[in-house]
Ligand binder design. Structure first.
Ligand SMILES: NC(=O)c1ccc[n+]([C@@H]2O[C@H](COP(=O)([O-])OP(=O)(O)OC[C@H]3O[C@@H](n4cnc5c(N)ncnc54)[C@H](OP(=O)(O)O)[C@@H]3O)[C@@H](O)[C@H]2O)c1
Length: 250
């Protein structure tokens, strides 16, 4: 009987999919709820993982992070089925580089900032019912002001039309930091996680873009990092911006 209920937003592809797979394959204690804005995509992703063989359990839920009704319905469903949530992984995001400045800002802010903030607020009462709750935000190294302003860092470069995405991740980091401070007297452990540069649909649907022009790694590594967080191996870094080899400055 699974004892740890994990919800991952945007779990149908890339980092979210790999994380669902790694966690479900790790142990029978996990029940991973794969949330996706398309229930069809979530079910197809779940079947793909189940076919590979898992130890824990998987289920799906429709959840569009920009749609409050969809978020509330997911909260109701999880409350009815489990009465609590142990791990929330705010993973869903868009990497819009739309040529129109306002359009790309609206897309990135709605999905990558307001969405996770609303999702966290909606699920927090269920998380606070857990004995060992984790709130995880999947961010990016290019959301670190310290790194982006460091001329020796690989993130010190202008990305054409990339400011909206970077700004959205910097804002996401602040949301996580605020949650960590406001709920510091509770059992809630908040983490910002950089998954690394890995294969996904974030930069576009072409094979070239998906593999980061040959530079992207395997998202399984991102899944393993998130698994290590929820297994308590990174508890010493709670409230911080973690990556595979350590902690990033904000
Ligand atoms: N891949 C990397 O190298 C990398 C590096 C740093 C950070 N990240 C972060 O990793 C996370 C996952 O991204 P990814 O790289 O795995 O990209 P991805 O393959 O494009 O996955 C993004 C997921 O978010 C979902 N999504 C988008 N808008 C949504 C909405 N309104 N409601 C619910 N779900 C929505 C997508 O659903 P659809 O399939 O329906 O579009 C998809 O499942 C993001 O937070 C991203 O910023 C990735």
């Amino acid at each position: 009987m699974p004892s740890t209920i994990v919800l991952i937003t945007g779990a149908n592809s890339g980092v979210g999919f790999a994380t669902a797979k790694v966690i479900a394959c790790a142990s029978e204690v996990f029940h991973v709820i794969m949330a996706s804005r398309s229930l069809e995509k979530a079910k197809s992703a779940m079947s793909e993982i189940e076919a590979a063989g898992i130890k824990g359990l998987l289920s799906t839920v429709q959840l569009d992070v920009t749609d409050e009704r969809s978020i509330e319905q997911a909260v109701t469903l999880i409350n009815q089925n489990f009465g609590r949530l142990d791990v929330l992984v705010n993973n869903a995001a868009v990497g819009s580089r739309d040529s129109d400045l306002k359009t790309r800002f609206q897309l990135c802010m709605d999905t990558n900032v307001i969405g996770p903030a609303v999702v966290s607020a909606a699920f927090r009462p269920l998380l606070l019912k857990s004995q060992k709750p984790y709130s995880i935000y999947v961010s990016s190294g290019i959301g670190s002001l310290a790194r982006v302003s460091d001329p020796t860092s690989i993130t010190y470069r202008g990305i054409p039309n990339g400011e909206a995405y970077s700004a959205s991740k910097a804002a996401l980091n602040m949301i996580a930091l605020q949650e960590s401070i406001v709920f510091s007297s509770t059992a809630l452990k908040v983490f910002v996680v950089c998954p690394g540069f890995v294969r996904s649909n974030l930069c576009g649907p072409s094979e070239e873009a998906r593999c980061g022009w040959g530079k992207a790694g395997d998202p399984q590594v991102s899944g393993e990092l998130i698994l290590s967080v929820i297994q308590g191996e990174r508890d010493v870094d709670a409230g911080q911006f973690v990556y595979i080899d350590g902690v990033y400055p904000w």
